[in-house]
Design a protein. Structure first.
Length: 219
């Protein structure tokens, strides 16, 4: 079996933009923490100010690193890490917001606490989630045929006997079945485009040659 991840550049940039949106609550939280220190807080308010500064600063640093990685991809960007520190620090910011609200009003924001717990779980389980995503978003070729993954319920599967053609050029790859189903890949959008191109070129060579009629032409 040949397996190649279909790692989309556009998808990674979109995820980076989504993460950038989390900077909106982090900035005022950072300012609130700095204001607390400048006001000479002590005890619980002082500890809360330090926590606000620490979590928001770490989150902003992580967002900046994610955006840089999306703009200037390198091989290390494809590694699957066990922990996503962005979500861990985002959970810290949510917890800091809940603590700030509790300190001012003596009431807990339960939805914020729940969101913090969910976000923390996403960060800690990042490795497992990413491995499943990579398994789904992949090109797989074996003796039975090929599989082109993608969004849920949009996977493309075809046995060798059902494949009419595989066309590959510098910018795209297109697979068409005998029933007219087609799946096209934008190779310019894939990090591992060369591996995808090579795998599909080999797959094309495995297709049976068109039969020749009696005059020597293709049927």
């Amino acid at each position: 079996m040949v397996t190649v991840p279909l790692d989309s550049k556009r998808r990674r940039r979109a995820l980076a933009v989504q993460k950038f949106q989390h900077a909106v609550p982090a900035v005022p939280l950072l300012m609130a923490g700095i204001s607390g220190l400048q006001a000479g807080e002590h005890g619980v308010p002082f500890a809360l100010a330090l926590f606000e500064i620490g979590t928001s600063a770490l989150l902003l640093w992580t967002i900046a690193r994610e955006i840089k990685a999306a703009r200037h991809p390198h091989p290390a960007a494809h590694r699957t890490h066990s922990v996503d520190w962005f979500h861990v620090f985002a959970a810290g910011v949510l917890l800091a917001e809940a603590l700030e609200h509790w300190h001012v009003t003596s009431h807990w924001r339960r939805p914020t606490l729940l969101m913090a717990a969910v976000t923390l779980a996403l960060g800690l389980l990042h490795g497992q989630i990413e491995r499943r995503t990579q398994t789904r978003r992949s090109l797989r070729i074996d003796d039975q045929g090929l599989y082109v993954g993608g969004r849920p319920f949009r996977a493309f599967r075809a046995a060798w006997s059902d494949i009419a053609s595989i066309d590959v050029d510098a910018r795209r790859a297109r697979i068409v079945t005998t029933t007219g189903r087609a799946r096209e890949l934008d190779l310019n959008d894939l990090y591992q485009a060369e591996r995808v191109r090579a795998a599909l070129t080999d797959a094309r060579d495995r297709l049976p040659s068109p039969a020749l009629d009696a005059s020597g032409g293709q049927e």
